[in-house]
Write a protein that binds this ligand. Structure first.
Ligand SMILES: [Zn+2]
Ligand SMILES: [Zn+2]
Length: 641
């Protein structure tokens, strides 16, 4: 049987059957069946060696064309084409044969041939449905080859010939359309009465999702409830989760599970979106609910790599590393994404050594690291303060792994060097970068200057970073904190004025904690919680305790900070309120898990360390960059964050 493109053999042999059309039926249907079953080689072999009586070509040829395409036998398709022409089957009256040829040429990238075929069609005398099928095949083929311009050229021609397009046309066009053109296609669909078609609406939702969730959501909301199917829900869910709108994604998930869903059951695709939102938000309760659902309803889930990866990522980011590890160990087959999720998870928790071991185990299993895995590794080294390991792997990236460092890798390295106090080295690395540094790179240097109280280099980094990201409030706050820490109050005032002039407000800090399936959200100085009196009483008491404890034991720097923390000026940061709620409402011995949107400040860090000792409890706090595990008066970040 033929395997390459020069396969005139089997096809030429098929010509031998061309003379006689009186063969008994089953023969050509068998070719079609084999093609349908994906047994393409057998289909073509049958065409060659089958019954000596010839097949009715009108039936067997399209199947043979499809089989040739599946085997990438361009010459075979051309021969079938020639054979069909010789038999008088073309210009086609048979839409099936025509669309098989057209889409084969398009799929195989032989667009001029496809166009030629269309050119030869006597459009006026051909049934409109056949003409439409022909155009649709060509458009789909162009779409498959990621040739959006070609798609639209054919579409224009289709409209110029007065052929009405249908849902199939739109399903090919919409995904390949540039985002700006999607509204026009939507309008066309509406005018043609196709907007209510479920598959068209689903397609529009996915297309809009590329540019944000709002328009995708609008299409979804406008769909009649009964016509929303699983694909619609999955499309709108992923539109939200991919665009960082986790809360909305989870809300949609609950609607889907409830009456609004009309009995539509989530599948693995749904759950991957939901888990990614849970991981992002730190929504442990919902994520664990999804996990239960997966275990009960999708017993074979361990073979679904994507779903397992989403679960690993969820566990790792929501503070349950052992569960992430367990699932990873249970997977029969892992992808690089599975490894990366686990490496990144250990890194976020400050277990740089485990992350490095995992990375090396991955490499020794023959998996070539990619850029994402390398980011996970370098940031793990950075979070754990593993200067030598980080540098070693950074140079191995270029040498051994043949990866070209991206901005993200440089950010990790600047972070790593900066944390290690090697600010000049970090500054030099930025100068040596082959591409201009972005806000994140300068931001990493700024963060390091905060840790090491270096005003001069901090100002340099700040100047760069606000040029690149003028409205990122976090950087102004960092600079102001550097001035505060070094006692330069005029500097603080200067930054405040800049923020005011630019209309920037500090993003309000918020923390949440889950308790008995309910999320309790706290803002700074928030008095809205029903238990607020007890919570505030406890925080004040703890502040006093912290002041006494650290004041008596620790060095001058910490004393200075703690005194500040206890002063009424600082206010009640959200993580303190959340932890106090946890202490009041949970049993001794259990870990208290809090998710925070911003970085933990120095004051709260000291507070949490001390309270973990005096209350004999462990706190796991996920802030904007990593996990802090406070236990026995110390933090897993070793005061490096
Ligand atoms: Zn704080
Ligand atoms: Zn910490």
């Amino acid at each position: 049987m033929a395997t390459g493109p020069s396969t005139s053999g089997p096809i030429t042999a098929a010509f031998e059957f061309a003379g006689d059309a009186n063969s008994p039926e089953p023969w050509s249907s068998r070719v079609r069946t084999l093609t349908r079953l994906g047994r393409h080689r057998e289909a073509l072999a049958l065409l060659r060696h089958g019954d000596p009586s010839p097949p009715p070509h009108a039936l067997a040829l399209p199947a043979a064309v499809i089989s040739c395409t599946a085997l990438a036998l361009a010459a075979g398709v051309a021969q079938m084409h020639a054979l069909a022409a010789k038999r008088g089957l073309l210009p086609a009256s048979d839409a099936y044969l025509l669309s098989a040829l057209l889409s084969s040429y398009s799929r195989l990238g032989l667009l001029p041939r496809a166009h030629q075929l269309l050119d030869e069609m006597p459009l006026a005398s051909t049934a409109p449905t056949t003409v439409r099928t022909a155009f649709n095949s060509l458009i789909s083929g162009c779409a498959l080859h990621a040739l959006p311009a070609a798609c639209f050229a054919v579409f224009s021609r289709m409209r110029a010939t007065g052929v009405r397009f249908d849902a199939i046309t739109l399903l090919a066009l919409v995904p390949s359309a540039p985002l700006g053109v999607v509204p026009q296609l939507q309008a066309l669909a509406a005018r043609a009465g196709l907007a209510s078609d479920t598959s068209v609406a689903n397609c529009l939702i996915s297309a809009y999702a590329r540019g944000g969730a709002a328009l995708a959501r609008q299409v979804f909301d406008e769909m009649p409830r009964a016509s929303r199917d699983l694909v619609s829900w999955n499309a709108v869910l992923s539109a939200h989760s991919q665009n960082g709108l986790g809360v909305d994604a989870l809300e949609l998930y609950w609607r889907m599970r409830g009456r609004d869903g009309g009995g539509v059951e989530p599948d693995a695709v749904t759950l991957v979106s939901v888990l990614s939102s849970c991981a992002h938000l730190g929504a442990r309760g919902v994520g664990l609910d999804v996990k239960r659902y997966v275990r009960e309803r999708l017993p074979g889930f361990r073979a679904n790599v994507q779903l397992c990866n989403a679960l690993i990522n969820f566990h790792a980011r929501c503070g349950s590393l052992p569960q992430a590890q367990q699932l990873f160990d249970e997977m029969p087959k892992r992808s690089i994404v599975s490894w990366t999720a686990l490496i990144t998870g250990y890194g976020m928790h400050g277990h740089g050594d485990v992350a490095v071991n995992l990375f090396e185990a991955m490499v020794s299993e023959g998996i070539q690291p990619d850029n994402v895995a390398a980011v996970g590794l370098l940031s793990a080294c950075s979070h754990a303060g593993m200067y030598d390991e980080g540098r070693k792997h950074f140079s191995a990236m270029k040498g051994t792994y043949k990866l070209r460092p991206t901005l993200e890798h440089y950010t990790c390295m600047v972070d790593l060097l900066g944390r290690a106090g090697r600010l000049d080295e970090a500054r030099d690395l930025i100068s040596s970068m082959p591409m201009p540094a972005d806000g994140a790179v300068w931001g990493a240097l700024l963060g390091a200057c905060k840790i090491h109280k270096n005003v001069e280099m901090g100002e340099e980094a700040f100047e760069h970073v606000i040029k690149l990201e003028p409205s990122n409030v976090g950087y102004y706050v960092l600079m102001a904190n550097i001035y505060t820490d070094t006692g330069q109050l005029d500097g603080v005032a200067k930054v405040r004025v800049m923020m005011k002039q630019r209309g920037l407000k500090k993003e309000p800090g918020c923390s949440y904690i889950e308790h008995k399936g309910k999320v309790h959200l706290f803002m700074a100085d928030d008095h809205s919680h029903p238990q607020e009196k007890r919570i505030y009483k406890l925080v004040v008491k703890l502040e006093q305790l912290v002041k006494e404890t650290t004041g008596g034991v620790n060095g001058s720097v910490v004393v200075g900070r703690t005194v500040k923390a206890a002063a009424p000026l600082v206010g009640f940061h959200s993580e303190k309120l959340a932890v106090a709620f946890g202490l009041l409402n949970t049993e001794a011995g259990g870990e208290i898990v809090v998710i925070k949107n911003l970085r933990v400040c120095d004051d709260c860090h000291v507070f949490l360390k001390t309270v973990s000792a005096v209350s004999n409890r462990a706190f796991l706090i996920r802030d904007a960059s990593r996990f802090h595990r406070f236990e026995d008066g110390a933090c897993s970040c070793r005061d490096y964050w």
